[in-house]
Design a protein around this ligand. Sequence first.
Ligand code: GRF
Length: 235
Amino acid sequence: KNLAVFVSGGGSNFRALRQATLKGDVNGSFVVLVTNKHDCGGAHYARENGIPVLIYPSTKGEPKGLSSNDLVDALRSELIVICILGFSLVLTVLIASVMLCSKYKIDFILLAGYLKVIPSELIQAYPNSILNIHPSLLPAFGGKGYYGTKVHKAVIASGARRYSGPTVHFVDENYDTGRILAQRIVPVLANDTVEELAARVLRQEHKMYAEVVAAVCEERVIWREDGVPIIQSKA
Ligand code: GRF
């Protein structure tokens, strides 16, 4: 399967997922990265590994990004214009302009620390094909204000929590509200710092996201009649 990843930060989940594709644990390949921060760690890693980087959306201080419609088109197909220039003694002549269509043909979109909302054009173009990972047991500690270490800070501040852990869910037009596909329990220990809890959850994120993406790529997700997605174990 052709995978696109959306990243705004360091991209440790993206790196773990890519390693899983290279090891053959995930039957897919990353063909493009989309970011709103062209110099984030995830984008650097993509460029270092020959994965094209697209900017979306246009944000202050960033190179001009794609529009929502152009993003959808780009994920479906990439237009490459090759201009072959020829020279004569008197003037420069455009000899030929060849347009080639090289398709990204993205099957699944994986959000991995992408901090912007996904445009409805993309959600409609990719029904049940966009996943996100969130570092809490949704619906607890999810939504617009809950990102990065804020999630873990809130879990610890809530006091009585014994458990936290990552959630992988399908993406809809709001933050962290789509159908939950998988969750994993991680203990919250007495006197945990935000950093300790974040690191413990992140270790599980790396394992869980790869397992879930492997199942999605192998088409092992079935939809129960009440609309809940279930991962079938390997035959
Ligand atoms: C992860 O905690 C993920 O759950 C959340 O953003 C963080 C991204 O971390 N959505 P990284 O950039 O993959 O290291």
